[in-house]
Design a protein around this ligand. Sequence first.
Ligand SMILES: CC(C)(COP(=O)(O)OP(=O)(O)OC[C@H]1O[C@@H](n2cnc3c(N)ncnc32)[C@H](O)[C@@H]1OP(=O)(O)O)[C@@H](O)C(=O)NCCC(=O)NCCS
Length: 209
Amino acid sequence: MLTKIEKISPLSAFAVNNIHESNTLPMDFLSFREKLSLANIGHLRKKMEWKGARLAIKAALESIQLPYPGFYKDSHGKSHTMDGYGFVSLTHHGDLAAAIFHKEMPVGIDLERVREKTVPLGRKYLDPKEMDFLGDDPYLYSLAWSVKETIFKCQGRKGISLRQNILLQPFTKSETVIKGKIYGTDFADHHYSVKVISENDIILTYTVW
Ligand SMILES: CC(C)(COP(=O)(O)OP(=O)(O)OC[C@H]1O[C@@H](n2cnc3c(N)ncnc32)[C@H](O)[C@@H]1OP(=O)(O)O)[C@@H](O)C(=O)NCCC(=O)NCCS
């Protein structure tokens, strides 16, 4: 997947980076707290992923004329803006990192590679109703996984089961927006629309409002 910066609307944007290309870029825009977090990451590849995702969010923010506010993580692992203004979500996979920002609504984003093993693992993260329309296509299973991870990240709390608490409406390979909802928890009846971009064997999904 090519790296890109895309303004979704005046309120929202996303960016995708190659973590090798972004690794040499200056990180002086980070907050003091973030610089500490980065310094504490020992694993080189994790460091590159972390940097790539923060550079992606910086690029997304710039495309809608917003400064980088700095981010902190809550007890669930979800990032929030330091100034309490707007919503963010981050992801990394392979050589890519991506991030999305929305000025007013919670967001989720996920990057996945199409993997054969998503089919035999389907029962762990899919409802039987979903397996009925997915058939046995690894692309559709990987896409369903990515969409559920995106919804999970948008709501942000641990304890939500991909299989039992997130249900997707039927979709096919040609779908560019997939709908899903959270049910069976105190977060029930939240509905989500998730945009799909796939290039070669890479899938990018993110929430749209
Ligand atoms: C948290 C989770 C969504 C991360 O997804 P992942 O595919 O492992 O990793 P990604 O690279 O796509 O995303 C990583 C980012 O998710 C974000 N994240 C972590 N926990 C989060 C949460 N509770 N809410 C929102 N975002 C979260 C972080 O920003 C992290 O990036 P960072 O480490 O650079 O800050 C995932 O591990 C998870 O818990 N999924 C759902 C639980 C589940 O049911 N899993 C197994 C089912 S069989």
